[in-house]
Design a protein around this ligand. Structure first.
Ligand code: FEO
Ligand code: CA
Ligand code: CA
Ligand code: CA
Length: 630
């Protein structure tokens, strides 16, 4: 343990290192797992035949592929890459729109590669680090891009860091200003796309920006601090991972690994059960707690309760206060996929990205009326958690005081515990959820889970293999798809299948780790994560996985973006990222002739020249003939 360089750990590896859980090894659990495995084999057949009847299932996919349907993809798929740049198909181009440290306002200092970029003050006026979820909004005739900055790479961003942590209050402020949100107008001219510096839409939100807390948990004792005795006004939005957009044109940013910002200066501090469940530890990842008391849980034990929410931001008004919507629950939010149900109610699907955590759904009580009042649609509604059966059916279980034995406020602040109380299905790390715009179905990337069948989640819930999570020590990931009953996203019941199980048939043949039938030597990938549908109903899949290109991952190359046809099951590779990077974040220009793709934590010198610091960036991808790209 001593030799681990913690700055290189992913967030979940960090959490596990700080909060190790013993492996499950009692005899009963082993027997139960074996039974579950057999159950899965039976379940797949049942699921397949049921799904085939619906015309889009896994078995049907295989049949459709055997008939080699006409491809709906307007490109020639590209091979894997292991280099330090971006590749797109022939007939397409890519260019950098914006990268870490580029100015949003005039007067920002020159980016200094030797000094780790910009100082804290300039950082707050520039594009932040580690681009992630993003959405583009057309406001009048202006195109406004809202972008998440998920986290900071201390080794790159703090050239004088101490063991990967802040060594001063100035360091902390720089890290706080590197993260959160950028709102910026973008425009295209004969030289390509760029940020409109000083646009009135431009804005940076940081870990210190004022936020309003709304919904049923606002004002709860659980959210009150000495600085905010009302429990309704917090500072900052944290670990902004995936994104979402509401039908009324606002941006949803999703607070994921918020736990890592908190720590204790008192080594004797006793963590309550919810800190254990959410991974709030005595040692913070960045050292904020040493220089900024707000992040010291021994002094401000309720401050972590004010993070881990979905936050709504109005991109049309740079002076508006973002709103933390407590009705949507508190967990490690990946993204938020909204859809309007036939009766006008708003449904928001959400995943909790941690091994063995859950999938959630929110349904508003009020209905969405275009042009009407939308201010309480995300404050007044019911939160549900997903329960999958191995036979291809499932239920959304309402998290109510009766069902959970918890108060309404506790259900929202401790949503994970509420999910455990009703026996929600432990999942293989739910990442992005996407809703098909041309069919009534949802998709969730279950990125991977090395603990599946090995040890329980942080709440002690069993993680034996189950229907949608059928492989022990799942190193490849899969995408689960569900069909709401009666073609209505507000329905409690659904049926489900697996759209794809990633795998490596060249290494594992046709056992489960070889993947599903729509995985082949030409489209190998692992760890699906980002996901968006385009207007034609094709699903774009981005990866955040092992890019060593060896062993189980041989033939997969760098992280990438693929596109899938939900009807035929066909999946092909469209873009490869630089080695070391994750490809995450996808949105389109208003005319759909440009696709914006995020490149997070690239290796090498991307996108600069030898000797430069690598800088996360958004690239603009176009067709050479100016055609539509989604
Ligand atoms: Fe920030 Fe789960 O990805
Ligand atoms: Ca992600
Ligand atoms: Ca991921
Ligand atoms: Ca990431």
């Amino acid at each position: 343990m001593k030799d681990i360089d913690t700055t290189d750990l992913s967030w979940d590896e960090w959490d596990e290192l700080k909060d190790p859980r013993s492996e499950e090894n009692d005899f009963d659990a082993v027997v139960e797992r074996a039974l579950s495995r057999r159950g899965f084999l039976g379940g797949l057949l049942v699921m397949g035949s049921g799904a085939a009847a619906m015309g889009t299932g896994l078995l049907n996919t295989t049949a459709a592929q055997a008939m080699t349907p006409k491809s709906r993809f307007a490109f020639t798929p590209i091979p894997i890459q292991t280099d330090f740049t971006v590749h797109v198909p022939e007939g397409y181009t890519w260019d950098v729109l914006v990268k870490w440290g580029d100015p949003l306002f005039s007067g920002v200092a020159e980016f200094d590669h030797a000094a780790g970029g910009l100082d804290a003050e300039n950082t707050a006026k520039a594009f932040g680090e580690n681009t992630d979820g993003m959405e583009l909004f057309l406001i009048g005739d202006k195109q406004v891009l809202v972008v998440n900055h998920e986290y900071a790479n201390t080794k790159t961003n703090l050239h004088n860091h101490v063991d990967g942590k802040a060594g001063s209050a100035e360091d902390v402020l720089k890290l706080q200003n590197l993260q959160a949100i950028a709102v910026m107008e973008v425009a295209e001219d004969e030289n390509g796309w760029s940020v409109v510096v000083d646009s009135p839409f431009n804005r940076r939100l940081t870990h210190n920006s004022p936020m309003q807390i709304s919904g049923p948990a606002a004002g709860s004792d659980l959210l009150k601090t000495a600085a905010d005795p009302t429990g309704t006004q917090s500072l900052g939005t944290f670990n902004n991972c995936g994104s979402g957009r509401t039908p009324w044109g606002t941006y949803l940013t999703c607070e994921e690994n918020f736990n890592g910002y908190f720590g204790s200066t008192d080594p004797e501090f006793e963590r309550p059960a919810d800190f254990v469940r959410y991974g709030v530890n005595l040692e913070g990842r960045y050292g904020y707690e040493k220089f900024d008391e707000r992040f010291d849980i021994s002094k401000n034990p309720n401050e972590p309760h004010r993070a881990g929410w979905i936050v709504e931001i109005d991109p049309s008004d740079a002076s508006s206060t973002p709103v933390k919507r407590t009705a949507l629950g508190r967990f490690k939010h990946e993204n938020a996929a909204s859809v309007v149900a036939p009766d006008g109610r708003v449904v928001v699907y959400m995943g909790d990205d941690e091994r063995g955590e859950f999938m959630y759904k929110y349904v508003s009580n009020g209905v969405y009326v275009p042009g009407g009042d939308t201010s309480t649609l995300l404050d007044d509604g019911q939160l549900y958690v997903a329960k999958f059966s191995d036979d291809g059916t499932g239920m959304w279980v309402a998290l109510t005081p009766e069902a959970t034995g918890m108060s309404a406020e506790e259900i929202l602040v401790y949503s994970r515990m509420a999910g455990s109380a009703v026996g929600a299905t432990t999942m293989d790390r739910p990442e992005w959820i996407a809703v098909n715009p041309v069919a009534v179905e949802g998709y969730c990337c279950l990125t991977n889970n090395r603990n599946r069948g090995v040890k329980p989640n942080a709440g002690g819930d069993d993680t034996s293999v189950n229907g949608p999570n059928p492989r022990e020590k799942n190193n490849y990931g899969q995408i689960v798809r569900w069909y709401p009953e009666a073609d209505d996203h507000t329905s409690d019941a659904f049926t489900w299948d697996l759209y794809v199980m990633a795998g490596n048939p060249t290494v594992h043949g046709d056992d489960a780790y070889g993947g599903s039938a729509n995985v082949n030597e030409g489209n190998l990938f692992n760890s699906p994560d980002g996901m968006q549908f385009d207007s034609a109903g094709l699903v774009w899949i981005q990866t955040d996985g092992n890019d060593k290109n060896e062993g189980d991952f041989a033939g997969m190359g760098n992280n990438q973006m693929l596109v899938g046809d939900p009807v035929t099951g066909q999946i092909e590779r469209f873009l490869t990222g630089p080695k070391g990077s994750e490809v995450t974040g996808l949105t389109w220009s208003a005319d759909r002739r440009t696709m914006f793709v995020g490149i997070q934590h690239p290796g090498g010198f991307f996108p600069g020249k030898e000797g430069d610091l690598p800088r996360s960036a958004i690239v603009a991808v176009k067709r050479e003939d100016g055609g539509l790209v989604g």
